[in-house]
Design a protein around this ligand. Structure first.
Ligand code: SF4
Ligand code: SF4
Length: 441
C-alpha cells in the first residue's frame, strides 16, 4: 500500500477533474467502495469516454490499485449506458474481476457529481457538507485512475487529455503537454472559424472563461471556443452587481431552482430560491439561509436550466461563499438526520434537454481522437493546480530540464503535489506560482 501511495505522490497525480485533490491523500484513506467516475456528465466532453474505450486496461488497473490502497472490497466503474464503445472495451476486463462491476448510468446531468454518483452506485447518501469517505466511498475520475496505473509503472504526469470543441476547424480529443497555452491547443485544432470568440475552460455548465494565453493544467478537461456573444459567455461576463440587481428585481420566488437542485433533491438543506430572497438583505441577515450557500456544488443547473427569469443562483451562492469565508465563517450545515427523498429519480434533468437549453447543439458530434506527441514552443507550469499550498520550485532561471524531470516539490508536511517538466528545454522564468520553460532544439 505504501508503495502505491509513494509512486502516486512521486508522479504528481492529482484529481484530473474538479478541484485537483492530490491523489495520494485519497489513496491513504480507507473505504468500502472504490468508485471510478466515468460519467463525463457535462455536454460536449469526450476525453474520459476515449480513455475508457482506448485504455481500458489502465483504467481497470487504476481502480484495482485504488481498491488495494483503500481496502475497498467492492470496485464500481460508473459510466453512462450510452457509452457503448467504452462498455465493450471494459466489459471483458471487468468480467474477470470478481469484486469489480460496471454501473450504467442514465443520460442526465449532473451524473458525475460525487454526492449523486455515490447515491446512484451504492444507495448511500453523503451527509450535507460532507464527503464520500464519510459513507465508505472513495470516488476517483477515470483519468486519475489511468494516471495512478501509469504512476505505479514509474511514469510521471506530464500530459493532459482534453476535449477541444466549439468554433474550431478540427474539434477533437487531444493529448497535450501540461502548461501548453490554450491558444496553441486551438491552433492544433485547426484554428478558430469566427472573428469574435472566447474560450471556456471546462464544461458548458461549470467551465470558466479564460484568456487564450492561459495554460492547460492537470485539471483541464475541455477548451470550448464559443462566439463572443454566446449566452454562456455573456452570462459569465455579467458583473456581480448586475446579477444581484437582477436577482432582486426579477426573482419571482417560483422555487424551480430548488426543485431541480441536485443537492436539494438529495435531502441537503440547500434552498436556492430562499437564498435569492434573503440576499435582498445582504449576507448578515437570515444567516441560516445565507450560509446554506456552502452546500452548493456550483453544478449550474439552476442557471442553465431551471430559472425561467435567466437568473443565476449559482453565481450568487459562489459569491456568498467567498464573502463568508473572508469573514472566517465556515459551513454550519452538517445535518445527517435531514436526509430524505425529495423526488431525485423523477426530477433528473435529461442531458438532451439541457444541451438544447445551453445553445450548444451545433457543437455536438462524435469527435476524432488525436494522440500525437505535440510539442509546444513553451509551457507555463502553474504550481497551484492542486488543492493545497503551492509547490516549491526546484529549478532556477537558465536551468536546462529534461522532460519528466522534477521541477517543483510539496512543501514539507503540507498538502500539495509535485510537478515535472512537461517538455525538455530551458527555464526562462520562475515565480512563486509558476515556471516557464522554453523548448530547445
Ligand atoms: S428559479 Fe429563478 S425566479 Fe425562480 S426562485 Fe429560483 S432564481 Fe428566482
Ligand atoms: S449550482 Fe444551483 S442547482 Fe447546482 S447545487 Fe448550486 S444551487 Fe443547486
Amino acid at each position: 500500500m505504501e508503495d502505491i501511495v509513494k509512486a502516486v505522490t512521486d508522479a504528481g497525480v492529482i484529481g484530473a477533474g474538479g478541484g485537483g485533490f492530490p491523489a495520494h491523500i485519497k489513496l491513504s484513506a480507507r473505504a468500502e467502495y472504490a468508485i471510478a467516475n466515468g460519467s463525463e456528465c457535462e455536454p460536449l466532453l469526450q476525453s474520459d469516454q476515449m480513455l475508457m474505450s482506448q485504455y481500458p486496461e489502465e483504467v481497470v488497473e487504476g481502480l484495482k490499485l485504488l481498491q488495494k490502497a483503500t481496502g475497498a472490497s467492492q470496485g464500481i466503474l460508473a459510466l453512462k449506458e450510452k457509452y457503448q464503445p467504452a462498455i465493450e472495451a471494459l466489459s471483458p476486463l471487468v468480467e474477470k474481476e470478481k469484486d469489480i462491476k460496471l454501473h450504467l448510468l442514465g443520460d442526465y446531468y449532473p451524473a458525475g457529481d460525487e454526492v449523486v454518483l455515490v447515491y446512484e452506485t451504492t444507495g448511500r447518501r453523503v451527509p450535507e457538507g460532507g464527503i464520500p469517505p464519510q459513507v465508505g466511498a472513495m470516488v476517483n475520475n477515470v483519468e486519475t485512475l489511468f494516471n495512478i496505473a501509469r504512476a505505479v509503472k514509474g511514469e510521471v504526469l506530464t500530459d493532459k487529455f482534453l476535449t477541444i470543441a466549439g468554433e474550431v476547424h478540427q474539434p477533437k480529443v487531444i493529448k497535450v503537454p501540461i502548461g501548453t497555452r490554450a491558444e496553441q491547443v486551438i491552433e492544433w485544432a485547426g484554428g478558430v472559424k469566427i472573428e469574435a470568440w472566447a474560450v471556456l475552460c471546462g464544461g458548458p455548465n461549470m467551465g470558466e472563461l479564460i484568456s487564450p494565453s492561459a495554460p492547460v493544467t492537470k485539471t483541464t478537461n475541455a477548451l470550448l471556443v464559443l462566439p463572443a456573444d454566446h449566452l454562456l459567455v455573456s452570462r459569465r461576463q455579467t458583473e456581480l452587481a448586475i446579477s444581484l440587481k437582477r436577482a432582486k428585481a426579477a426573482c419571482c420566488y417560483c422555487s424551480y431552482c430548488s426543485e431541480l437542485c441536485p443537492r436539494y433533491l438529495m435531502g441537503h438543506s440547500l434552498f436556492p430560491h430562499k437564498i435569492m430572497r434573503s440576499i435582498n438583505l445582504g449576507i448578515d441577515e437570515h444567516l441560516e439561509v445565507i450560509t446554506s450557500a456552502f452546500l452548493c456544488s456550483e453544478c449550474g443547473l439552476c442557471e442553465s436550466y431551471a430559472c425561467p427569469m435567466e437568473l443565476s443562483p449559482r453565481i450568487i451562492a459562489r459569491e456568498i461563499k467567498s464573502l463568508l469565508s473572508a469573514k472566517g465563517i465556515t459551513n454550519p450545515h452538517l445535518r445527517n438526520s435531514f436526509l430524505r427523498e425529495r423526488g431525485w429519480e423523477e426530477r433528473r434533468v435529461p442531458l438532451e434537454r439541457l444541451t438544447a437549453r445551453l445553445g450548444i447543439r451545433d457543437y455536438e458530434e462524435k469527435l476524432p481522437v488525436d494522440l500525437k506527441s505535440y510539442s509546444p514552443a513553451e509551457v507555463m507550469v502553474s504550481l497551484d493546480q492542486h488543492t493545497g499550498v503551492p509547490s516549491v520550485p526546484l529549478v532556477k532561471k537558465e536551468d536546462r530540464v529534461k522532460r519528466g524531470e522534477l521541477i517543483a516539490d510539496i512543501p514539507q508536511g503540507r498538502l500539495g503535489a509535485k510537478y515535472h517538466a512537461p517538455i525538455a528545454g530551458k527555464v526562462k522564468e520562475v515565480t512563486s506560482t509558476s515556471i516557464l520553460i522554453k523548448a530547445e532544439g
